[in-house]
Structures are given as structure tokens and as C-alpha cells.
Design a binder for this molecule. Structure first.
Ligand code: PEP
Length: 263
């Protein structure tokens, strides 16, 4: 069985100021270097707001630390008349190695379709980025017993046209929408069931090796107090963290829990 290095992402959403973002980046990088050492069992990436990417990138470079930089979204085209949008090439130019795609706030607050998310995923990959593809069901879908069907529909639409070679640069984040920013978390058993079903979809679209290799993060009100039991599940490979990523100490504790779950 291939080993999967857990990956923890900090989604700062539309929070922080430039100074606060720089300070948070400094504290996270310093804490990781002091606590776990570079190359320890967890990969860490932060997703600051677009205007702070250069500032945060400079802090992370200066620390020489183990924290990667990502954009919270990416447009479908490399350049053009798309006012307000940011391309994967621009993210690369600003020092990003990762991009979030299909976050539930973009799907359900801003109305992004499965198809648009797929276009964004392919654009991120063709710009040379690693993409964190978010999928997850809303509360009514969960209560209607449609969790796996929703995840499968979102996965198939997003991964259509993504070759097996490029799949190695995709991380999936399973984020039940009802758990994001609400303080409600899926039980480790429920999350594990959803992750195993997602892995089975990847196996059916690619093959068993691809499914074993792909990392699937859990996201939705992960905190220092619940991270370890979630990350201990066999198909949960770290987490995508929103609110708790804005406090360096909480985020570092969650990274530590993921590092402790390395398998
Ligand atoms: C997120 O923004 O992806 C997220 C999971 O947020 P929170 O941790 O606040 O639920």
C-alpha cells in the first residue's frame, strides 16, 4: 500500500489584514520549524487572501520553512478580459504552488457549477499548480441520504478530462457543507465512510493504485480537540482548516495531530 503524507491546509478566507497575515505566516512557519522540523510527517499549505499572497510568500521564503503558498481560487483562462479574476499563471508568478478549487462558499454562495469547478481544476493543473478540489454535500442532501451521490457527481464533473499523470497533483478535500464554519463536525466514522466512498469513485475513474495514492483531506470545523481522532481514520489524510487556521497555536496543534497520524 503506498504511503500518503498527510496534508493540512489553512484557508484564511476573507480574513486578516496585511500585517496580521504576515504575523500569522511568521508564527506558523516558526512553530512548524521548532515543533516538527522541516520534512516531518505533514505537508502544510496556507491560502491567504489574494492581496496578501506576495507579503505572505515573502515571509515564508524568509523563514525558509516548510509552508507552501496557495490561492483560494483560480480562473479558467491564463489571461484575458476577465475583470476581477486571477489566473493560475498569476498565482505561480506570485509564488503559489497550490490553488483551492470548488470551495463550498464558491459553489453555494457564489453559485459556481460543477462544470465551472472542473474548468478551474484543469486550468490550475495546466498552470503547473497542485489543486485542492473541494467536494461535499449540503444538509438537505445529507438528510436525504445523498452524501455519496453528491460527492460522486462533483468528483466526476471536476475530474473529467484530468489524466492519470495530472491526478498526482490533485488533493481532494471532503467538506460537508453543514460542517463548515458551524462548529458541527462529522463523526470520525461518518467522515471515514464518505472518504472511503470518494476513494472508490477515484478507483472507478482511474485505478486502484491512483485511488490508494490520492490524498483526501477532511474539512469542517476541525479544531485541536477533534483533529487527532479524525486524522486517525484510515482514509483521512489531513485536513482543510478554516476558522482554526487563523490562530497559529490552534493551526499548529492541528498540523501536529496530522503529523502524528502519518502512515
Ligand atoms: C473551510 O473553510 O474549508 C473550512 C473547513 O472552514 P472551518 O474549518 O471554519 O469549518
Amino acid at each position: 500500500m503506498p504511503s500518503r503524507k498527510p496534508i493540512v491546509g489553512g484557508n484564511w478566507k476573507m480574513y486578516t489584514t496585511q500585517d496580521a497575515a504576515a504575523g500569522l505566516a511568521r508564527d506558523v512557519a516558526a512553530g512548524l520549524i521548532a515543533g516538527t522540523g522541516e520534512g516531518a510527517g505533514v505537508e502544510v499549505v496556507v491560502f491567504p487572501p489574494f492581496p496578501y499572497l506576495l507579503t505572505v510568500g515573502a515571509v515564508l521564503r524568509e523563514r525558509g520553512g516548510p509552508v507552501a503558498l496557495g490561492g483560494q481560487d483560480v480562473w479558467t483562462q491564463p489571461e484575458g478580459a476577465f475583470t476581477g479574476e486571477v489566473s493560475g499563471e498569476m498565482l505561480r508568478d506570485c509564488g503559489c504552488t497550490h490553488a483551492l478549487v470548488g470551495h463550498s462558499e464558491r459553489r453555494h454562495v457564489l453559485g459556481e457549477s460543477d462544470e465551472l469547478v472542473g474548468e478551474k481544476l484543469r486550468a490550475a493543473l495546466s498552470a503547473g499548480l497542485h489543486a485542492v478540489l473541494c467536494v461535499g454535500e449540503k444538509l438537505d442532501e445529507r438528510e436525504g441520504g445523498r452524501t455519496d451521490a453528491v460527492n460522486e457527481r462533483q468528483l466526476r464533473a471536476a475530474l473529467a478530462g484530468v489524466g492519470a499523470g495530472d491526478l498526482s497533483r490533485v488533493v481532494i478535500a471532503y467538506e460537508p457543507v453543514w460542517a463548515i464554519g458551524t462548529g458541527k463536525t462529522a463523526t470520525p466514522e461518518d467522515a471515514q465512510r464518505a472518504h472511503a466512498a470518494i476513494r472508490a469513485v477515484v478507483a472507478s475513474m482511474y485505478d486502484a493504485d491512483a485511488a490508494e495514492a490520492i490524498r483526501i483531506q477532511y474539512g469542517g470545523s476541525v479544531k485541536p480537540g477533534n483533529a487527532a481522532e479524525l486524522f486517525a481514520q484510515p482514509d483521512i489524510d489531513g485536513g482543510l482548516i478554516g476558522g482554526a487556521s487563523l490562530q497559529a497555536s490552534d493551526f499548529l496543534a492541528i498540523c501536529g495531530a496530522a503529523g502524528g497520524s502519518a502512515r
